[in-house]
Design a protein around this ligand. Structure first.
Ligand code: SAH
Length: 464
Protein backbone atom coordinates (compact mmCIF):
# COMPACT_ATOMS: atom_id res chain seq x y z
CA UNK A 1 0.00 0.00 0.00
CA UNK A 2 1.68 3.20 -1.18
CA UNK A 3 -0.75 5.54 0.57
CA UNK A 4 -2.68 5.16 3.81
CA UNK A 5 -6.16 6.68 3.53
CA UNK A 6 -6.80 9.04 6.42
CA UNK A 7 -9.53 11.68 6.52
CA UNK A 8 -8.22 15.15 7.15
CA UNK A 9 -10.08 17.45 9.52
CA UNK A 10 -9.66 20.95 8.10
CA UNK A 11 -12.42 22.88 9.82
CA UNK A 12 -11.01 26.42 10.38
CA UNK A 13 -7.45 25.30 9.61
CA UNK A 14 -5.33 27.44 7.32
CA UNK A 15 -4.51 25.90 3.93
CA UNK A 16 -2.09 27.45 1.46
CA UNK A 17 -3.09 27.33 -2.20
CA UNK A 18 -0.38 28.42 -4.62
CA UNK A 19 -1.97 29.24 -7.96
CA UNK A 20 -4.94 31.30 -9.08
CA UNK A 21 -6.37 29.47 -12.09
CA UNK A 22 -8.94 26.81 -12.88
CA UNK A 23 -7.15 23.95 -11.13
CA UNK A 24 -6.67 26.01 -8.01
CA UNK A 25 -10.39 26.82 -8.04
CA UNK A 26 -11.31 23.15 -8.14
CA UNK A 27 -9.09 22.25 -5.20
CA UNK A 28 -10.13 25.32 -3.26
CA UNK A 29 -13.78 24.34 -3.64
CA UNK A 30 -13.14 21.00 -1.96
CA UNK A 31 -11.13 22.68 0.77
CA UNK A 32 -13.93 25.18 1.38
CA UNK A 33 -16.48 22.35 1.54
CA UNK A 34 -14.32 20.86 4.28
CA UNK A 35 -14.38 24.17 6.16
CA UNK A 36 -10.77 25.23 5.58
CA UNK A 37 -9.58 28.84 5.64
CA UNK A 38 -7.67 29.67 2.46
CA UNK A 39 -4.44 31.58 1.90
CA UNK A 40 -4.20 31.98 -1.88
CA UNK A 41 -0.95 33.16 -3.44
CA UNK A 42 -0.45 33.96 -7.14
CA UNK A 43 0.23 37.01 -9.33
CA UNK A 44 -3.18 36.57 -10.89
CA UNK A 45 -6.19 35.15 -8.98
CA UNK A 46 -9.68 34.31 -10.24
CA UNK A 47 -12.67 36.02 -8.76
CA UNK A 48 -14.20 32.74 -7.51
CA UNK A 49 -11.06 32.03 -5.51
CA UNK A 50 -11.14 35.47 -3.95
CA UNK A 51 -14.74 34.92 -2.95
CA UNK A 52 -14.01 31.51 -1.44
CA UNK A 53 -11.11 32.91 0.55
CA UNK A 54 -13.15 35.90 1.75
CA UNK A 55 -16.04 33.69 2.82
CA UNK A 56 -13.93 32.13 5.57
CA UNK A 57 -11.67 34.98 6.62
CA UNK A 58 -8.89 33.81 4.38
CA UNK A 59 -6.33 35.92 2.54
CA UNK A 60 -5.42 36.58 -1.06
CA UNK A 61 -1.83 37.56 -1.87
CA UNK A 62 -1.31 38.90 -5.40
CA UNK A 63 2.36 38.05 -5.83
CA UNK A 64 4.73 35.13 -6.30
CA UNK A 65 5.06 32.43 -3.67
CA UNK A 66 7.51 33.00 -0.81
CA UNK A 67 8.71 30.39 1.70
CA UNK A 68 7.20 32.45 4.54
CA UNK A 69 3.75 31.67 3.08
CA UNK A 70 4.09 28.26 4.72
CA UNK A 71 3.84 29.73 8.17
CA UNK A 72 1.01 28.34 10.23
CA UNK A 73 -0.56 26.24 7.50
CA UNK A 74 -1.98 22.73 7.97
CA UNK A 75 -1.75 21.74 4.29
CA UNK A 76 -0.24 23.06 1.08
CA UNK A 77 -1.69 22.74 -2.42
CA UNK A 78 0.54 23.68 -5.34
CA UNK A 79 -1.76 24.26 -8.29
CA UNK A 80 0.61 26.03 -10.65
CA UNK A 81 2.29 24.79 -13.80
CA UNK A 82 5.63 26.35 -12.93
CA UNK A 83 7.73 23.23 -12.48
CA UNK A 84 10.81 24.57 -10.68
CA UNK A 85 8.46 26.46 -8.36
CA UNK A 86 6.30 23.51 -7.36
CA UNK A 87 9.33 21.29 -6.79
CA UNK A 88 10.61 23.97 -4.45
CA UNK A 89 7.30 24.30 -2.62
CA UNK A 90 7.12 20.54 -2.16
CA UNK A 91 10.66 20.35 -0.73
CA UNK A 92 10.15 23.27 1.62
CA UNK A 93 6.78 22.05 2.91
CA UNK A 94 8.06 18.53 3.52
CA UNK A 95 11.12 19.88 5.32
CA UNK A 96 8.70 21.57 7.72
CA UNK A 97 6.56 18.46 8.04
CA UNK A 98 3.57 20.08 6.33
CA UNK A 99 1.50 17.76 4.13
CA UNK A 100 1.73 18.87 0.51
CA UNK A 101 -0.17 18.13 -2.66
CA UNK A 102 1.22 19.11 -6.03
CA UNK A 103 -1.44 18.84 -8.69
CA UNK A 104 -0.53 16.33 -11.42
CA UNK A 105 2.87 15.51 -9.92
CA UNK A 106 2.31 12.47 -7.66
CA UNK A 107 6.02 12.08 -6.93
CA UNK A 108 6.14 15.48 -5.26
CA UNK A 109 3.06 14.83 -3.12
CA UNK A 110 3.01 13.65 0.46
CA UNK A 111 -0.80 13.56 0.30
CA UNK A 112 -3.10 13.05 -2.67
CA UNK A 113 -6.70 13.92 -3.44
CA UNK A 114 -8.91 10.88 -3.89
CA UNK A 115 -12.01 10.69 -6.07
CA UNK A 116 -14.84 11.35 -3.63
CA UNK A 117 -18.40 10.13 -3.20
CA UNK A 118 -19.91 12.56 -0.75
CA UNK A 119 -22.94 11.45 1.26
CA UNK A 120 -21.85 13.37 4.30
CA UNK A 121 -21.32 12.25 6.96
CA UNK A 122 -20.67 9.15 4.88
CA UNK A 123 -17.71 9.71 2.57
CA UNK A 124 -16.10 7.26 0.17
CA UNK A 125 -12.62 8.03 -1.13
CA UNK A 126 -10.93 6.17 -3.97
CA UNK A 127 -7.42 6.50 -5.28
CA UNK A 128 -5.12 4.81 -7.74
CA UNK A 129 -2.14 6.47 -6.08
CA UNK A 130 -1.89 8.82 -9.05
CA UNK A 131 -1.25 5.95 -11.48
CA UNK A 132 -4.66 5.87 -13.15
CA UNK A 133 -6.86 8.75 -12.00
CA UNK A 134 -9.41 8.07 -14.75
CA UNK A 135 -9.91 4.55 -13.41
CA UNK A 136 -10.48 5.91 -9.92
CA UNK A 137 -13.07 8.30 -11.35
CA UNK A 138 -14.85 5.48 -13.17
CA UNK A 139 -15.06 3.47 -9.97
CA UNK A 140 -16.40 6.51 -8.23
CA UNK A 141 -19.13 6.80 -10.86
CA UNK A 142 -20.11 3.20 -10.18
CA UNK A 143 -20.23 3.73 -6.45
CA UNK A 144 -22.29 6.89 -6.98
CA UNK A 145 -24.94 4.71 -8.58
CA UNK A 146 -24.87 2.10 -5.82
CA UNK A 147 -25.26 4.41 -2.90
CA UNK A 148 -28.62 6.17 -2.83
CA UNK A 149 -28.37 9.91 -2.37
CA UNK A 150 -30.24 9.64 0.93
CA UNK A 151 -27.49 7.56 2.54
CA UNK A 152 -26.16 10.72 4.09
CA UNK A 153 -29.51 11.28 5.78
CA UNK A 154 -29.55 7.71 7.00
CA UNK A 155 -26.08 8.13 8.47
CA UNK A 156 -27.21 11.39 10.04
CA UNK A 157 -30.19 9.62 11.62
CA UNK A 158 -27.95 6.86 12.95
CA UNK A 159 -25.60 9.46 14.40
CA UNK A 160 -28.41 11.01 16.45
CA UNK A 161 -29.24 7.66 18.06
CA UNK A 162 -25.77 6.20 18.28
CA UNK A 163 -25.08 6.94 21.94
CA UNK A 164 -28.50 5.73 22.99
CA UNK A 165 -28.11 2.44 21.13
CA UNK A 166 -24.64 1.99 22.56
CA UNK A 167 -26.09 2.33 26.06
CA UNK A 168 -28.82 -0.14 25.21
CA UNK A 169 -26.52 -2.82 23.82
CA UNK A 170 -23.13 -2.84 25.56
CA UNK A 171 -22.33 -5.97 23.58
CA UNK A 172 -20.68 -5.13 20.24
CA UNK A 173 -22.14 -8.12 18.45
CA UNK A 174 -25.70 -7.27 19.48
CA UNK A 175 -25.15 -3.68 18.42
CA UNK A 176 -23.90 -4.77 15.04
CA UNK A 177 -26.99 -6.88 14.44
CA UNK A 178 -29.21 -3.99 15.51
CA UNK A 179 -27.60 -1.54 13.09
CA UNK A 180 -27.50 -4.03 10.24
CA UNK A 181 -31.20 -4.45 10.62
CA UNK A 182 -31.70 -0.69 10.64
CA UNK A 183 -29.57 -0.13 7.53
CA UNK A 184 -31.14 -2.95 5.55
CA UNK A 185 -34.70 -2.83 6.73
CA UNK A 186 -37.72 -0.58 6.84
CA UNK A 187 -35.94 2.29 8.58
CA UNK A 188 -33.49 2.64 5.68
CA UNK A 189 -36.19 2.11 3.08
CA UNK A 190 -38.31 4.89 4.54
CA UNK A 191 -35.38 7.28 4.50
CA UNK A 192 -34.52 6.38 0.89
CA UNK A 193 -38.13 6.97 -0.10
CA UNK A 194 -37.87 10.47 1.32
CA UNK A 195 -39.91 9.67 4.45
CA UNK A 196 -37.35 10.78 7.00
CA UNK A 197 -39.84 11.26 9.83
CA UNK A 198 -41.30 7.83 9.33
CA UNK A 199 -37.75 6.38 9.35
CA UNK A 200 -37.06 8.13 12.62
CA UNK A 201 -40.31 6.90 14.13
CA UNK A 202 -39.53 3.31 13.14
CA UNK A 203 -36.06 3.61 14.61
CA UNK A 204 -37.45 5.00 17.85
CA UNK A 205 -39.95 2.15 18.03
CA UNK A 206 -37.17 -0.31 17.47
CA UNK A 207 -35.10 1.23 20.23
CA UNK A 208 -38.09 1.29 22.57
CA UNK A 209 -38.35 -2.43 22.01
CA UNK A 210 -41.78 -2.23 20.49
CA UNK A 211 -42.38 -5.43 18.60
CA UNK A 212 -41.18 -5.01 15.03
CA UNK A 213 -43.96 -4.29 12.60
CA UNK A 214 -45.36 -7.48 11.22
CA UNK A 215 -46.65 -5.80 8.09
CA UNK A 216 -44.50 -5.96 5.01
CA UNK A 217 -44.41 -3.40 2.27
CA UNK A 218 -45.22 -3.24 -1.42
CA UNK A 219 -43.00 -1.57 -3.99
CA UNK A 220 -44.88 -0.72 -7.15
CA UNK A 221 -42.02 -0.34 -9.60
CA UNK A 222 -41.87 0.70 -13.24
CA UNK A 223 -39.41 -1.48 -15.11
CA UNK A 224 -39.25 0.66 -18.24
CA UNK A 225 -39.90 -0.44 -21.81
CA UNK A 226 -37.39 -3.29 -22.11
CA UNK A 227 -33.76 -2.21 -22.17
CA UNK A 228 -32.49 -3.03 -18.62
CA UNK A 229 -30.22 0.03 -18.76
CA UNK A 230 -33.33 2.18 -18.57
CA UNK A 231 -34.17 1.08 -15.02
CA UNK A 232 -33.87 3.72 -12.33
CA UNK A 233 -31.38 3.33 -9.47
CA UNK A 234 -34.24 3.00 -7.04
CA UNK A 235 -35.96 0.32 -9.11
CA UNK A 236 -32.79 -1.73 -9.17
CA UNK A 237 -32.20 -1.38 -5.44
CA UNK A 238 -35.73 -2.46 -4.54
CA UNK A 239 -35.50 -5.34 -7.03
CA UNK A 240 -32.47 -6.55 -5.18
CA UNK A 241 -34.03 -6.53 -1.77
CA UNK A 242 -37.63 -7.68 -2.27
CA UNK A 243 -38.59 -11.12 -0.94
CA UNK A 244 -41.28 -11.75 -3.58
CA UNK A 245 -41.62 -10.45 -7.13
CA UNK A 246 -44.90 -10.31 -9.02
CA UNK A 247 -44.35 -9.51 -12.69
CA UNK A 248 -46.23 -9.64 -15.93
CA UNK A 249 -45.55 -10.37 -19.54
CA UNK A 250 -44.31 -6.91 -20.43
CA UNK A 251 -41.32 -7.15 -18.13
CA UNK A 252 -38.32 -8.39 -20.13
CA UNK A 253 -36.58 -11.55 -18.85
CA UNK A 254 -33.28 -9.64 -18.74
CA UNK A 255 -34.88 -7.36 -16.17
CA UNK A 256 -36.33 -10.17 -14.04
CA UNK A 257 -32.80 -11.56 -13.96
CA UNK A 258 -31.71 -8.51 -12.00
CA UNK A 259 -34.03 -9.34 -9.08
CA UNK A 260 -32.58 -10.88 -5.94
CA UNK A 261 -31.56 -14.45 -6.78
CA UNK A 262 -33.47 -16.09 -3.96
CA UNK A 263 -36.61 -13.99 -4.27
CA UNK A 264 -39.79 -15.88 -4.99
CA UNK A 265 -41.00 -15.02 -8.51
CA UNK A 266 -44.68 -15.05 -9.35
CA UNK A 267 -45.90 -14.60 -12.92
CA UNK A 268 -49.21 -12.81 -13.11
CA UNK A 269 -48.93 -12.06 -16.80
CA UNK A 270 -51.63 -10.83 -19.01
CA UNK A 271 -52.01 -11.31 -22.72
CA UNK A 272 -54.53 -9.30 -24.67
CA UNK A 273 -58.03 -10.59 -23.95
CA UNK A 274 -56.67 -13.39 -21.84
CA UNK A 275 -56.21 -12.26 -18.29
CA UNK A 276 -53.91 -14.88 -16.79
CA UNK A 277 -54.65 -13.74 -13.26
CA UNK A 278 -57.67 -11.48 -12.82
CA UNK A 279 -56.78 -8.03 -11.55
CA UNK A 280 -58.78 -8.43 -8.36
CA UNK A 281 -56.84 -11.56 -7.53
CA UNK A 282 -53.50 -9.77 -8.06
CA UNK A 283 -54.63 -6.98 -5.76
CA UNK A 284 -55.55 -9.47 -3.05
CA UNK A 285 -52.34 -11.37 -3.49
CA UNK A 286 -50.34 -8.20 -2.88
CA UNK A 287 -52.29 -7.57 0.28
CA UNK A 288 -51.90 -11.07 1.66
CA UNK A 289 -48.15 -11.28 0.92
CA UNK A 290 -47.57 -7.95 2.62
CA UNK A 291 -49.62 -9.12 5.59
CA UNK A 292 -47.24 -12.06 5.91
CA UNK A 293 -44.52 -9.45 6.49
CA UNK A 294 -42.92 -9.79 3.06
CA UNK A 295 -41.32 -7.06 1.02
CA UNK A 296 -43.27 -7.40 -2.18
CA UNK A 297 -42.10 -6.06 -5.50
CA UNK A 298 -44.84 -5.44 -8.03
CA UNK A 299 -42.88 -5.01 -11.23
CA UNK A 300 -44.66 -3.38 -14.16
CA UNK A 301 -43.61 -2.70 -17.72
CA UNK A 302 -43.00 0.98 -18.47
CA UNK A 303 -44.48 3.29 -15.88
CA UNK A 304 -46.93 1.87 -13.33
CA UNK A 305 -49.25 4.88 -13.58
CA UNK A 306 -49.59 4.87 -17.36
CA UNK A 307 -52.02 2.23 -18.59
CA UNK A 308 -50.59 0.03 -15.88
CA UNK A 309 -53.45 -0.36 -13.41
CA UNK A 310 -50.95 0.72 -10.77
CA UNK A 311 -53.59 2.98 -9.31
CA UNK A 312 -56.05 0.13 -8.78
CA UNK A 313 -53.46 -2.01 -7.05
CA UNK A 314 -52.39 0.58 -4.56
CA UNK A 315 -55.95 1.65 -3.85
CA UNK A 316 -56.43 -1.84 -2.48
CA UNK A 317 -53.22 -1.58 -0.45
CA UNK A 318 -54.24 1.78 0.93
CA UNK A 319 -57.63 0.35 1.93
CA UNK A 320 -55.83 -2.30 3.98
CA UNK A 321 -53.35 0.14 5.52
CA UNK A 322 -50.38 -1.54 3.88
CA UNK A 323 -47.33 0.68 3.34
CA UNK A 324 -46.29 1.09 -0.28
CA UNK A 325 -44.14 3.21 -2.51
CA UNK A 326 -44.33 3.90 -6.22
CA UNK A 327 -41.25 4.10 -8.43
CA UNK A 328 -41.83 5.68 -11.83
CA UNK A 329 -40.44 4.02 -14.92
CA UNK A 330 -39.78 5.14 -18.45
CA UNK A 331 -43.07 4.70 -20.22
CA UNK A 332 -43.23 3.00 -23.63
CA UNK A 333 -44.00 6.33 -25.34
CA UNK A 334 -40.78 7.93 -24.08
CA UNK A 335 -38.65 4.84 -24.60
CA UNK A 336 -39.93 3.99 -28.09
CA UNK A 337 -39.91 7.60 -29.27
CA UNK A 338 -36.33 8.12 -28.11
CA UNK A 339 -35.03 4.88 -29.60
CA UNK A 340 -36.90 5.45 -32.86
CA UNK A 341 -35.61 9.00 -33.26
CA UNK A 342 -39.09 10.58 -33.05
CA UNK A 343 -39.27 13.55 -30.67
CA UNK A 344 -42.79 13.59 -29.23
CA UNK A 345 -42.94 17.37 -29.27
CA UNK A 346 -41.12 19.81 -31.49
CA UNK A 347 -41.52 23.56 -31.76
CA UNK A 348 -42.25 23.34 -35.49
CA UNK A 349 -44.50 20.27 -35.51
CA UNK A 350 -46.24 19.46 -32.25
CA UNK A 351 -47.11 21.56 -29.23
CA UNK A 352 -48.67 18.74 -27.31
CA UNK A 353 -48.65 14.97 -27.04
CA UNK A 354 -51.46 12.71 -26.01
CA UNK A 355 -51.21 9.12 -24.73
CA UNK A 356 -54.27 7.17 -25.86
CA UNK A 357 -55.38 3.60 -25.33
CA UNK A 358 -55.86 1.84 -28.64
CA UNK A 359 -57.68 -1.04 -27.01
CA UNK A 360 -61.10 -0.34 -28.47
CA UNK A 361 -63.75 -1.96 -26.36
CA UNK A 362 -66.76 -1.83 -28.63
CA UNK A 363 -65.50 -1.11 -32.12
CA UNK A 364 -64.51 2.53 -32.22
CA UNK A 365 -67.10 4.53 -30.37
CA UNK A 366 -65.23 4.85 -27.08
CA UNK A 367 -62.50 7.30 -28.12
CA UNK A 368 -63.08 11.07 -28.40
CA UNK A 369 -62.00 11.10 -32.06
CA UNK A 370 -62.78 14.73 -32.73
CA UNK A 371 -60.31 15.74 -29.99
CA UNK A 372 -57.55 13.78 -31.68
CA UNK A 373 -57.48 15.55 -35.01
CA UNK A 374 -55.56 18.78 -34.28
CA UNK A 375 -52.57 18.76 -36.61
CA UNK A 376 -50.12 20.15 -34.03
CA UNK A 377 -50.76 17.27 -31.64
CA UNK A 378 -48.77 14.04 -31.46
CA UNK A 379 -50.81 10.95 -30.62
CA UNK A 380 -49.33 7.87 -29.03
CA UNK A 381 -51.50 4.76 -29.04
CA UNK A 382 -50.75 2.04 -26.52
CA UNK A 383 -52.25 -1.40 -27.18
CA UNK A 384 -53.09 -0.29 -30.71
CA UNK A 385 -51.98 -3.15 -32.96
CA UNK A 386 -55.30 -4.94 -33.38
CA UNK A 387 -57.23 -1.70 -33.70
CA UNK A 388 -54.72 -0.07 -36.06
CA UNK A 389 -56.86 -0.10 -39.25
CA UNK A 390 -59.81 1.28 -37.28
CA UNK A 391 -57.68 3.95 -35.57
CA UNK A 392 -56.28 5.22 -38.87
CA UNK A 393 -59.71 5.19 -40.54
CA UNK A 394 -61.42 7.04 -37.72
CA UNK A 395 -58.72 9.70 -37.53
CA UNK A 396 -59.07 10.37 -41.26
CA UNK A 397 -62.86 10.26 -41.08
CA UNK A 398 -62.80 12.89 -38.31
CA UNK A 399 -60.58 15.22 -40.28
CA UNK A 400 -56.94 14.39 -39.69
CA UNK A 401 -55.07 14.48 -43.03
CA UNK A 402 -54.57 11.07 -44.63
CA UNK A 403 -50.99 12.13 -45.36
CA UNK A 404 -50.19 12.53 -41.64
CA UNK A 405 -47.01 10.56 -40.93
CA UNK A 406 -47.44 7.58 -38.62
CA UNK A 407 -45.15 4.91 -37.20
CA UNK A 408 -45.55 1.59 -35.47
CA UNK A 409 -42.72 0.53 -33.17
CA UNK A 410 -42.34 -3.10 -32.26
CA UNK A 411 -40.57 -4.07 -29.01
CA UNK A 412 -39.06 -0.62 -28.64
CA UNK A 413 -35.65 -0.15 -26.94
CA UNK A 414 -34.77 -3.84 -27.30
CA UNK A 415 -32.64 -5.70 -29.82
CA UNK A 416 -35.92 -6.73 -31.52
CA UNK A 417 -36.98 -3.16 -32.12
CA UNK A 418 -38.43 -2.58 -35.56
CA UNK A 419 -40.03 0.58 -36.82
CA UNK A 420 -42.64 0.73 -39.59
CA UNK A 421 -43.26 4.20 -40.97
CA UNK A 422 -45.95 5.38 -43.35
CA UNK A 423 -49.00 7.62 -43.24
CA UNK A 424 -52.46 7.30 -41.77
CA UNK A 425 -53.52 6.14 -45.23
CA UNK A 426 -51.09 3.24 -45.56
CA UNK A 427 -49.56 2.27 -42.21
CA UNK A 428 -52.11 -0.45 -41.40
CA UNK A 429 -51.60 -2.07 -44.77
CA UNK A 430 -47.82 -1.90 -44.47
CA UNK A 431 -47.90 -3.50 -41.04
CA UNK A 432 -50.28 -6.25 -42.22
CA UNK A 433 -47.72 -7.32 -44.81
CA UNK A 434 -45.19 -8.16 -42.11
CA UNK A 435 -44.98 -10.42 -39.13
CA UNK A 436 -45.15 -8.04 -36.23
CA UNK A 437 -44.46 -9.01 -32.63
CA UNK A 438 -46.04 -7.44 -29.54
CA UNK A 439 -45.70 -5.16 -27.76
CA UNK A 440 -46.16 -2.39 -30.28
CA UNK A 441 -46.77 1.31 -30.02
CA UNK A 442 -48.21 3.66 -32.63
CA UNK A 443 -47.13 7.27 -33.00
CA UNK A 444 -49.12 9.63 -35.20
CA UNK A 445 -48.10 13.16 -36.14
CA UNK A 446 -45.76 15.36 -38.15
CA UNK A 447 -42.93 14.55 -35.72
CA UNK A 448 -42.68 11.06 -37.21
CA UNK A 449 -40.96 12.46 -40.29
CA UNK A 450 -38.04 13.62 -38.13
CA UNK A 451 -37.01 9.98 -37.82
CA UNK A 452 -35.47 10.23 -41.29
CA UNK A 453 -32.83 12.53 -39.82
CA UNK A 454 -32.75 11.42 -36.20
CA UNK A 455 -32.85 7.61 -36.24
CA UNK A 456 -29.83 6.33 -34.29
CA UNK A 457 -30.78 2.94 -32.86
CA UNK A 458 -31.49 -0.19 -34.88
CA UNK A 459 -32.42 -3.64 -33.60
CA UNK A 460 -31.27 -6.82 -35.27
CA UNK A 461 -34.04 -6.66 -37.92
CA UNK A 462 -34.31 -3.90 -40.51
CA UNK A 463 -37.02 -1.32 -40.14
CA UNK A 464 -39.57 -0.70 -42.88
N1 SAH B 1 -47.33 0.82 -18.20
C1 SAH B 1 -46.83 0.60 -19.54
C2 SAH B 1 -47.94 0.40 -20.53
C3 SAH B 1 -48.73 -0.83 -20.31
S1 SAH B 1 -49.97 -1.06 -21.56
C4 SAH B 1 -45.94 1.79 -19.93
O1 SAH B 1 -45.91 2.81 -19.24
O2 SAH B 1 -45.25 1.68 -20.94
C5 SAH B 1 -49.17 -2.15 -22.66
C6 SAH B 1 -48.81 -1.43 -23.95
O3 SAH B 1 -47.62 -0.69 -23.78
C7 SAH B 1 -48.48 -2.35 -25.08
O4 SAH B 1 -49.65 -2.81 -25.72
C8 SAH B 1 -47.71 -1.43 -25.98
O5 SAH B 1 -48.56 -0.59 -26.70
C9 SAH B 1 -46.95 -0.60 -25.01
N2 SAH B 1 -45.56 -1.04 -24.81
C10 SAH B 1 -44.97 -1.38 -23.68
N3 SAH B 1 -43.67 -1.68 -23.87
C11 SAH B 1 -43.44 -1.51 -25.17
C12 SAH B 1 -42.29 -1.63 -26.01
N4 SAH B 1 -41.11 -2.03 -25.51
N5 SAH B 1 -42.41 -1.38 -27.32
C13 SAH B 1 -43.58 -1.00 -27.84
N6 SAH B 1 -44.69 -0.83 -27.11
C14 SAH B 1 -44.63 -1.09 -25.79
Amino acid sequence: MDFLPLFHKLQDRLVLVVGGGEVAVRKARLLSDAGATLRVVAPDIREELREMAAARNGEVLLRDYQPTDLQGVALVIAATDDEPLYAQISAQAQALGIPVNVVDAPKLCSVIFPAIVDRSPLIVAITSGGDAPVLARLIRAKIETWIPAAYGQLAGLAKRFRAQVKGLFPDVQQRRVFWEDVFQGQVAESVFAGKLQEGQRLLEEKIAGIAPRTLGEVYLVGAGPGDPDLLTFRALRLMQQADVVLYDRLVAPAIIELCRRDAERIYVGKQRAEHAVPQQQINQRLVSLAKEGKRVLRLKGGDPFIFGRGGEEIEELAAHGIPFQVVPGITAASGCAAYAGIPLTHRDHAQSVRFVTGHLKDGSSDLPWSELTASSQTLVFYMGLVGLPMICQQLIAHGRAATTPAALIQQGTTQNQRVFTGTLANLAELVAEHEVHAPTLVIVGEVVQLREKLAWFEGAQASV
